[in-house]
Design a protein around this ligand. Structure first.
Ligand SMILES: *Cc1c(COP(=O)(O)O)cnc(C)c1O
Length: 490
């Protein structure tokens, strides 16, 4: 029973943790024991990415058998490059490109793997029920999850996204999704409304026995699932290994990572990498104008009672960062009573204050920087002109934060910025940033960017405009449960 709930009332093995997604007491699964147990991290450096993934995932999820096959099935032939996540040099820093997968967003790394983990966990534990994935998305998760789960036997996926809260390309990607077992629906309200409503629907359906006799189990593809977090640990090792390959560091030297953050999953995976041995000095949390996380890292007060901004980096337009709960748990010395009370405060008052000891622990590794809309656009333009690198707005938030961080910490430790999306996923802000003339639709903008920059367009994005819209439902939050139950009838 390696995995325990951050709220303290549940434990299970890694198979069950992946299948359940969220613990029955409302907490998130974590295994302090595994994160603390010896892992021969040096032995994975220099391995081909899939072998590296197999070793790391076997450590983090020890109950899974046949990890090598699962990894191969998840990734082979699905990414633009065989090493999945290349690291490139940009100006004085490094950029870890996580967007070379089927939907051009970093979430593909985890969501290609999660269906394999779920299917395998079911087989190993003798479960025969259908897994129903319910997911709220701020834009990228939904598409990536549907692509990962489409037509995977024994699974079904229903995705909810904020109506008007995703980019036209993101919307087109979701609305044209094929697959017999997928459903997509827009919900009126912003992402936090949508995510909260989906979480509530999830627990209500589960606790009320609405699915009784249907042989179906709900699960989540959001980054609260440990099966989504674990595959993200791998690319931190991969980047480190690349820097050794470039002769920039040798095994044992420290590096800093800068991570454009929203739900805090990506950066938390970096912390897991550090805990199992990778010499990570600092993890820099980069926020857009919804700077609740970078404010928290500075003040110790997490306060979501603030205006919500729609920015050009919509996947980070989040005021409730679910995965922070896992960091709070670890940094408080696994104090589930404290974590529970903070989460209760957040739910009832919209704010909580972490104690000084916990904040001290967090600040030993984490620091926060934020980036305004104007700075985001300027950074895309400057990075393109100065360093001949075209980045998307999420990545730009990271690059800006990295520059500010480096100005505050001028030393020779290399900085690696995680690049989370292809610039072609967000053609409107990108074309503005590099000074192209205004176009009415995003597809024309994509062509204009390609013509101006000669950066190749990912195949799945260039074929999008010919695809048929298959999903156009729009509902209110209150209708989610009814929508799910209806979808499950047929
Ligand atoms: C999801 C997402 C993020 C934020 O990642 P978290 O794990 O939620 O912090 C950043 N950029 C892009 C493009 C994303 O899709």
């Amino acid at each position: 029973m390696d995995y325990i709930s951050t709220r303290g009332n549940y434990s299970c093995n890694s198979l069950q943790a992946v299948l359940k997604g969220i613990a029955p007491d409302g907490g998130l699964f974590i295994s302090p024991e595994i994160l603390d147990s010896p892992f021969d991290w040096k032995s994975v450096l220099g391995l081909p990415t899939l072998e590296m993934a197999e070793k790391i995932l076997s450590h983090l999820l020890p109950d899974f058998t046949g990890m090598s096959d699962l990894v191969k099935r998840a990734y082979t032939g699905k990414f633009e490059t065989e090493d999945l996540t290349p690291t490139v040099r940009v100006g004085g820093m490094y950029v870890l490109e996580l967007f070379r997968g089927p939907t051009s967003a970093f979430k593909d790394v985890a969501l290609s793997m999660l269906p394999q983990l779920i299917t395998s966990a079911k087989k190993q534990s003798g479960a025969s029920d259908e897994t129903v994935i319910l997911t709220a998305t701020s834009g990228d998760t939904g598409k990536s999850a549907m692509e990962g789960f489409r037509d995977v036997p024994g699974t079904r996926i229903i995705v909810f996204y904020p109506h008007g809260g995703v980019s036209p390309i993101q919307k087109a990607q979701m609305a044209t999704q094929e697959g017999r077992n997928v459903k997509v629906c827009a919900v009126r309200g912003n992402f936090d409304d949508c995510q909260t409503a989906v979480k509530q629907a999830f627990s209500k359906i589960n606790s009320s026995g609405m699915l009784q006799g249907m042989n179906k189990t709900l699960s989540s593809a959001n980054s609260i699932n440990i099966g989504r977090l674990a595959p993200q640990v791998v690319y931190y090792f991969k980047a480190y290994s690349d820097l050794i390959g470039y002769g920039r560091i040798k095994a044992g030297d420290e590096v800093d990572f800068v991570v454009p953050s929203g739900n805090f999953g990506d950066i938390l995976a970096g912390y897991f990498a550090k805990l199992i041995g990778l010499p990570v000095r600092r993890l820099v949390c980069a926020s857009n104008e919804n700077r609740v996380l970078s404010d928290f890292l500075h003040t110790g007060v997490y306060d979501k009672r603030r205006p919500f901004y729609r920015t050009s980096s919509p996947s980070m337009d989040i005021l409730v960062s679910s995965n922070l709960e896992r960091l709070l748990f670890l940094a408080s010395g696994c104090d589930s009573a404290k974590v529970s009370s903070w989460m209760k405060d957040l739910q009832t008052e919209g704010v909580f204050t972490a104690d000084d000891r916990t904040m001290e622990n967090i600040r030993r590794t984490f620091c926060g920087y934020c980036c305004t809309e104007e700075e985001t656009i300027r950074t895309i333009g400057e990075t393109y002109r100065k360093d001949a690198y075209l980045c998307d707005p999420h990545t730009a938030v990271g690059i800006k934060a990295a520059g500010d961080y480096k100005a505050d910490n001028p030393d020779d430790v290399p900085v690696i910025v995680l690049s989370t999306a292809s610039p072609y996923k967000f053609p409107d802000p990108v074309s503005r940033a590099i000074g192209l003339k205004a176009e009415n639709d995003e597809f024309t903008q994509i062509d204009a960017i390609r013509d101006a920059t000669k950066v190749p367009v990912p195949a799945a994005l260039s074929s999008l405009r010919e695809k048929k819209v298959l999903h156009d439902d729009v509902i209110d939050r209150e209708e989610i449960i009814g929508y799910v139950l209806k979808a499950l009838e047929n």
